[in-house]
Ligand binder design. Structure first.
Ligand SMILES: [Zn+2]
Length: 234
């Protein structure tokens, strides 16, 4: 087993794994996500406000139609009032006219409330539109920053991956097969290094005798960590 060559390949693969790990945790991903969430929230708010204006306009239209019909009825009754002679009939008509006047007042109040609501919504739309404009711009900046971060990782990955064929060529097919089989079993790290008395795979110390035994192995052999069973190169 070519310990240094195995370790060289392991170093390259660990670096590649680490690049993909960093890709998932890029702060630019979270910032871009936050920016997009802000844009969606403002778009939703804008849609709600536009619906509120539509509802208010419909209410204004309904109140105006109702008012016109009440007014027409009242005008008709006022006309009748001029022609009646019986005081009782006149009193009944006057009462009916009063009721209609009150109803007309209610419609006017409804219309005013709807007008107020529409103008409040319109004022808020102006604010939300300007906030949305800023949020979209911030989202574009965040997207560009995310693209740069991805590109940097891609470059680092390509440079590192380019070293891999050279490292693979230094291993026999059996060594490579052993390495490839062990890597997924050991969380990506098949080959660790004996660093003083410590295994860099599991970060536990070997006893002095165990470490000495690994160092005493012939140059073409690699040891095995007694704690984690990874190949242990010197
Ligand atoms: Zn170990």
């Amino acid at each position: 087993m070519n310990g240094p060559a195995l370790l060289a390949l392991q170093t390259i693969d660990s670096h590649l794994d680490q690049i993909e790990h960093r890709r998932k945790r890029l702060p630019e991903v979270a910032r871009h996500q936050d920016a997009m969430t802000a844009v969606s929230a403002l778009q939703r708010r804008l849609a709600e406000l536009r619906q509120r204006i539509e509802a208010a306009e419909a209410a204004i239209g309904a109140a105006e139609r109702e008012s016109a019909s009440i007014t027409a009825k009242r005008t008709r009754l006022e006309g009748q009032l001029k022609t009646v002679i019986s005081p009782r009939e006149a009193e009944a008509l006057m009462h009916e006219i009063e009721v209609l006047t009150a109803k007309r007042g209610e419609q006017d109040d409804l219309e005013l409330a709807a007008l107020d609501d529409a103008s409040a919504a319109e004022a808020e739309i102006a604010t939300v539109e300007s906030e949305l404009h800023e949020a979209v711009a911030a989202g574009e900046v965040a997207a560009a920053e995310l693209a740069v971060a991805h590109r940097q990782l891609d470059d680092e990955r390509d440079t590192t991956a380019a070293e891999r064929p050279g490292a693979v060529a230094r291993l026999s097919p059996t060594e490579l097969a052993t390495y490839e089989r062990m890597r997924p079993q050991y969380d990506g790290v098949a080959v660790a290094k004996l660093d003083g008395q410590r295994c860099t795979g599991c970060h536990l110390d070997l006893s002095r005798a165990e470490a000495d035994a690994v160092r005493a192995l012939p140059a073409d052999e690699v040891g095995e960590c007694p704690q984690c069973n990874r190949l242990l190169a010197r």
